[in-house]
Design a protein around this ligand. Sequence first.
Ligand code: AMP
Ligand code: ZN
Ligand code: FE
Ligand code: FE
Length: 271
Amino acid sequence: MLVDFHTHTTGSDGTYTPNTLLNLAKNRKIEILSITDHDCLDGIKSIENIPPEILFVPGIEISAEFPKTLHILGYKINIDDYELNNTLKMLQEYRKSRNYMMIEKMQKFGFNISINELVEEAKGELIGRPHFANLMVKKGYVKTYQEAFDKYLKKGGPLYLDKKRLEPEKAIELIHNAGGVAILAHPYQTGLEGENLEKLVKKLKSHGLDGIEVYYSKHTPRMIEEYETLAKKFDLLITAGSDFHGKNKPDIELGMEINFKEIKDFIFKLL
Ligand code: AMP
Ligand code: ZN
Ligand code: FE
Ligand code: FE
């Protein structure tokens, strides 16, 4: 079956609006779709109508505090949950002040980027490093988007500023309190494998983690095998997502072809 439990819209750093994405999913004959914008529910709240062919699952991708990258996906959340909305608002406000601090930092490098240019570049998306990178290319400060990250914007780079993130256990708790299911996204991005990854999964499970995104557009067969073994060992659900961002990540296509039996426990949990 064709599903996608991990997509981004203009509600965060994707290029399609939620309504356009739903139509795209319908045309591709995707049966179940979840929108999982970064730390934001505004995209989902702007949905006007859901094509009857699609089972739509409201989602979120929360960036948690971690040395490398730790993203927790939440599904079937109540999008009006008070605590969840309040916490996301706090994170978004922090992001806004981070953007101003990044503009100041940029000026010290002779890179002149204004908030108006960022707003224009982001076209309603949550402003973040990708928009800084695009403007740095447009203004000739770097040759490519990737050069902007590699030289300046990557974590630890001279123009990088940390974001405020939730502790992983807090992210899981927030998702559960909003009635949702908490899934560890793209495990390889933690930078861990083998025993170290197992330790992390064990710890997250002890805090209530419900599952692992075993199938992901960038996972190799070896990774899939490792994550599936971990999921089975810790009695965790298995999910599948592409991390579609539209034209911002042109190499990622919408939709994951997956055997129903691989993800059936997760699907049943959503119904
Ligand atoms: P921000 O939320 O502002 O910290 O930006 C995060 C986004 O920046 C991610 O979703 C990626 O799209 C992009 N990004 C982060 N690190 C890199 C990197 N090393 N190379 C290219 N893009 C990156
Ligand atoms: Zn993203
Ligand atoms: Fe992610
Ligand atoms: Fe994502």
